[in-house]
Design a protein around this ligand. Sequence first.
Ligand SMILES: *Cc1c(COP(=O)(O)O)cnc(C)c1O
Length: 396
Amino acid sequence: MAGTTHLFIPGPTNIPENVRQSMNLAMEDMRAPDFPEFTLPLFEDLKKVFSLTDGRVFLFPSSGTGAWEAAITNVLSPGDRVLISRFGQFSHLWVDMCERLGLDVDVIDVPWGEGVPVREYAKRLAADTEGKIKAVFACHNETATGVCSDIAEIRAVLDEAYHPALLFVDGVSSVASVDFRMDEWGVDLAVSGSQKGFMLPAGLGILAVSQKALDASKFSQYRKCYFDFADMIATNDQGYFPYTPATQLLRGLRTSLDTLFAEGLGNVYARHNHIAEGVRQAVQGWGLELCAADPKWYSDTVSAICVPDGFDSANVVKTAYHRYQLSLGVGLSKVAGKVFRIGHLGSTNEVMVLAAIAGAEMAMRDVGIPIEAGSGVAAAQEFYRLNNRIELARAS
Ligand SMILES: *Cc1c(COP(=O)(O)O)cnc(C)c1O
């Protein structure tokens, strides 16, 4: 096949060439005397992406799901009451994990397209005068629906209720793409993975943990071994790991962090917002709706776009793939057939995303969705042209 297949799913994301090259190196000794000179600064620099000063990060050889499990089994105990909400496939899977791990799960179901029900959290926290709720869970960016919730609001309702529950946040599709402030928001456990904002292959479960959560971990009654914080801490403190680390991925992470810092995290977040806004303009140009029910929930990393009634979004995705070498995200679970997704996180820019918009537009027309040829592309082009990110940055 000539050219590249365009990858516009919300993870794995496109890997920048310098990151990919940096992983092409000979195998190395993970017990080498100078290995800590590489790993210790890596841990410290990774904390910067979470805006975490105290506490620590863990890098498990797993996907993001492994980091979810590590978060739960290291600081909670079986039977602990937790408050969580479900409004998409990823928040659903975290609920499912909580249930399967034997937590006492208070789940609030919310229509898909909405975000964390903060007022409902406030009510339940206020009603919990005995402090039974040990942890509050929030999916920061629901990748299935393109919904981003405000974590600061959740911290505010915890504080209003003077509630001591730990705050767990799924940041798999937000961290390193969207502003994330662990210290300021009082997030205790933030879960991420390597294959989204960090622009790496899948394989690193990334977990950032506050000092409060580390203290709580001493009282956890869960059995664990592979994911045990204590084993990680004992070896990580010396710059090593309790088992063979994914050294290539760690080298890639080093380059990924260097690349993010060279652009500046603030610029990275602004770029994601800007690219996303162009996609939203395209959706408007098509006369279609986002799955996200309110602008306050619009995600800067993924847009889930509703196809009109009577059409199957899976056909759009298949057509884009077979006819145009373009991978778009399918609708998952409850929104299967109803939405397709454009992932616009990681190493992307305007013209790259225009390719995805153009391909989606062609595929939609191919399956008979009545949109005007060029309408989405034109809307995005004009937005990018009139608000040029590079010139605006130069002028300021
Ligand atoms: C991708 C994703 C996950 C799952 O991560 P894996 O690396 O596939 O295990 C969890 N939560 C969110 C919000 C995601 O986008």
